[in-house]
Design a protein around this ligand. Structure first.
Ligand SMILES: Nc1ncnc2c1ncn2[C@@H]1O[C@H](COP(=O)(O)OP(=O)(O)OP(=O)(O)O)[C@@H](O)[C@H]1O
Ligand SMILES: Cc1ncc(COP(=O)(O)O)c(N)n1
Length: 279
């Protein structure tokens, strides 16, 4: 049976992030994508011009409709707006217990607009994270979740441990926002820690990189791949989507979700480096 996956996220009218990025990624990776909308944003590459949240009743009804009919093996969450909506999603996830639940703790859009109320961070930590199997913060999101500043690699490892202690098995702190010459993501589980590294591409067109990466990870996990293989394949997918950027829009342009097709035969090196200690 074809893997069936679900995204619970906001709509980006500009098509580069949110539900649109997730469904495009699912389609490219050959899994069947279903979607639950949490909010509609009026958005383009220059910024967010309006947000209208979907009612919690309607969010729950959408999740029930999908979960009652499809065999969802992997699910991801994106923009969740506020504590009320986080609680509705967490309750539904507790009911259905999908095998893989990837939480992308979206807080602020690339242009600076808030996509999650500050008062909702506690609900994210205490209600949603315990329902997640994987959480994928970028560095600023990891700082908020762990309640600490991340300046060094040791800080990143410490933050991952603090977030794991909240009750989520696997923490992936992405390195898109660091100043390193390479784009390095840190993965920490109970038994191991490793870094996945790819060359950093110099571009301003990175709208939706986090959504696309977590959607690719969700799809790869739905295929039954190991964590390491799923992360490496998702990293390759986002790298190719950034590398084959479309240069469209006047601000932070979207990535190219069919970049992997154009990249056939290109060599990119994705290094995996294991840490000797997870502490
Ligand atoms: N310029 C870049 N070159 C190569 N890889 C990148 C670049 N920027 C981000 N990445 C990779 O893209 C993935 C998403 O990371 P990032 O830290 O950008 O997430 P994010 O901030 O949540 O994204 P967004 O909020 O834009 O959706 C990670 O694997 C990261 O290493
Ligand atoms: C609906 C929605 N979900 C997520 C993002 C985050 O993406 P980015 O940080 O690249 O703006 C976004 N802008 N819009």
């Amino acid at each position: 049976m074809k893997p069936q996956v679900l995204t619970i996220a906001g709509s980006d009218s500009g098509g580069g992030a949110g539900i649109q990025a997730d469904l495009k990624t699912f389609q490219e990776l050959g899994v069947f994508g279903t979607s639950v909308l949490t909010a509609i944003t009026a958005q383009n590459t220059l910024g967010v011009h309006g947000i209208e949240a979907i009612s919690t009743e309607m969010i729950t009804r959408q999740i029930d409709a999908v979960a009652d009919d499809f065999s969802i093996t992997a699910c991801k969450t994106g923009m969740l707006v506020d504590a009320e909506r986080i609680e509705a999603v967490a309750k539904a996830l507790e009911r259905y217990r999908f095998e893989h639940v990837v939480v992308d703790p979206v807080m602020v859009a690339k242009g600076g607009a808030s996509l999650l109320q500050v008062s909702a961070v506690e609900a994210l930590r205490t209600k949603l994270l315990p329902q997640a199997t994987i959480v994928t913060p970028n560095i600023p999101e990891a700082e908020v979740l762990a309640g600490m500043e991340i300046r060094t690699e040791a800080d990143r490892m410490k933050a991952a441990q603090v977030i794991r202690a909240i009750g989520v098995d696997i923490v992936i702190i992405k390195g898109g926002h660091s100043n390193d010459v390479e784009a390095v993501d840190l993965i920490v589980t109970e038994s191991e820690a490793f870094r996945v590294k790819a060359p950093r591409i110099q571009t301003k067109d990175t709208h939706g990189t986090g959504c696309t990466f977590s959607a690719a990870l969700t799809a790869e996990l739905a295929y039954g791949k190991t964590l390491r293989q799923a992360v490496v394949d998702a990293k390759r997918f986002i790298h190719q989507a950034i590398a084959h950027g479309l240069s469209i829009g006047q601000g932070h342009g979207p990535t190219n979700h069919w970049g992997h097709r154009l990249a056939k035969g290109e060599q990119i090196t994705i290094d995996v480096m294991y840490e000797t200690s997870t502490r």
